[in-house]
Design a protein around this ligand. Structure first.
Ligand SMILES: Cc1ncc(COP(=O)(O)O)c(C=O)c1O
Length: 441
């Protein structure tokens, strides 16, 4: 055991007494203040005259490495690890989609395509987006190599060196790191944690949207918290962005993983914005059709951006793989029933896991309205990276540390519940045993 893991474990012991008497303390509010998290600068330049050290650019060297990966590496060699740390289901992509890819390959769909995607897929996506969010034309759709590439392209389109970008956190790290690769600075506005789970302090966000801000990134439903932005908040933020000419990049890859009773899709900026303003929506096939390994996604953006976006696609990937795009058509056209059944299963898994975790003393967990994660507090997680490493090494339980999603995530861990209940049961039993062993001490 490392020294810091020892410290975590003794903290767990210290916390045992506190948790025996009171749960109230677990509702401490999170860091509501907007704070700069991303000042990637200030390293001595590796490119000083005469220096020959083969280093990457300073901005790249300053990127945060993935803490989730760090935990996974700590579990390397541990037999029978239960991996709840990554954001994907344990189920394979549905057969009708795999069949479509097989057919496309058999038919020879192995060539480059148009930068913005094959026409039938852009048409199918325009129909799909149109049904969910109002009229959208194929000319307003670009096919990408999954959501993360779409985020990179959207950011490359509008933000560059020295630009100020605002992001709402806790947040999947890629959104915060991508602008930094391009030399932008990222200021974060933290959600607040309280008795209603994670909520947005709207005034604080509006105050952070200052004149000169170039871009706002919002991920709703949110990874890791499951927070879903309300329609009213979206309208207020859109109004502010319109007023100041701020680009809004909406990461809506979890829009279908929504458990509100009011709709089959989470509130979207696309419901409110016209298609010719400064709004870029990013989406993916990974979550709604279980296609993480296929690397297929899309962007909805004003038509006048598309020529420039096509150039960026050319210089990044040139196009998404052609047989994968063919499979995407099957997903979009024939996948609705599958997605609805998936969401019903995920909702049941979410509720099952919440109930099971709530039975463990000291855990503060509630059911969020979206995504496929529980982001919950537990004793010892105020050093969540060390705790997660100890959990994987000692108990073969793979959770993601809250600190991976920004400093306001410290104190929490993330559990992806996209799996069957037997696996959830096994994970809960391991967590309970770990906590009992350490809390007893
Ligand atoms: C918030 C968020 N955006 C985008 C993505 C990108 O997913 P992909 O690149 O698989 O489409 C993820 C993946 O987990 C995510 O959590």
């Amino acid at each position: 055991m490392s020294e810091s893991e020892g410290a975590v474990i003794s903290e767990l012991g210290a916390l045992a007494n506190a948790h025996a008497s009171a749960h109230a303390s677990t509702h401490a509010s999170a860091h509501a203040s907007a704070h700069a998290s991303a000042h990637a600068s200030a390293q001595p330049s590796a490119h000083a005259e005469g220096e020959r050290t083969p280093n990457a650019r300073d901005a790249v060297r300053a990127l945060r490495p993935s803490q989730i990966r760090e935990v996974a590496n700590a579990g390397f060699g541990v037999p029978d690890v239960l991996p709840f740390w990554f954001g994907e289901s344990d189920q394979v992509t549905p057969l009708f989609i795999r069949d479509a890819a097989n057919r496309a390959l058999a038919d020879g769909a192995t060539f480059y395509t148009h930068n913005l995607g094959i026409a039938p897929l852009r048409e199918a996506l325009a129909g799909y987006v149109g049904k969910l969010h109002g009229a959208t034309r194929p000319a307003e759709i670009a096919v990408t190599s999954a959501g993360v590439n779409a985020l990179m392209l959207a950011t490359q389109l509008v933000a560059g060196a020295g630009d100020r970008v605002v992001a709402v956190t806790p947040l999947w790290p890629n959104l915060v790191e991508i602008p930094k690769i391009l030399g932008a600075t990222v200021e974060t506005v933290a959600l607040t944690y309280g008795t209603n789970g994670w909520t947005l302090d709207l005034d604080r966000l509006l105050a952070a949207l200052t004149p000169g801000t170039r871009m706002l990134m919002i991920n709703s439903p949110n990874n890791p918290t499951g927070w879903v932005m309300t329609r009213e908040h979206q309208q207020a933020v859109l109004d502010r962005c319109r007023q100041l000419g701020i680009w809004l990049v909406a990461d809506e890859v979890y829009e279908r993983l929504y458990y509100g009773d009011d709709a089959a899709v989470a509130p979207s900026f696309l419901d409110l914005a016209t298609r010719d303003e400064r709004v870029i929506a990013v989406n993916s096939f990974s979550k709604a059709w279980l296609m993480t390994g296929w690397r297929l996604g899309w962007i909805v953006a004003p038509e006048r951006l598309m020529e420039d976006l096509g150039k960026l696609v050319e210089y990044n990937t040139s196009c998404a793989p052609s047989f994968v795009q063919m499979a995407g058509i099957a997903a979009v056209k024939d996948g609705e029933q599958f997605t609805q059944a998936l969401v019903a299963n995920l909702r049941a898994s979410r509720d099952y896991l919440v109930t099971a975790l709530q039975r463990i003393p000291g855990i503060d967990v509630r059911a969020p309205a979206g995504s496929m994660y529980l982001f919950f507090k537990l004793p010892g997680a105020n050093r969540s990276l060390e705790l997660c490493k100890a959990l994987v090494r000692e108990s073969a339980l793979g959770l993601a540390p809250g600190s991976a999603f920004g400093p306001e995530g410290e104190g929490f861990v993330r559990w992806c519940y996209a799996c069957d209940t037997a696996r959830l049961d096994a994970g809960v039993a391991r967590l309970r045993a770990f906590m009992e062993a350490h809390l007893a001490g």
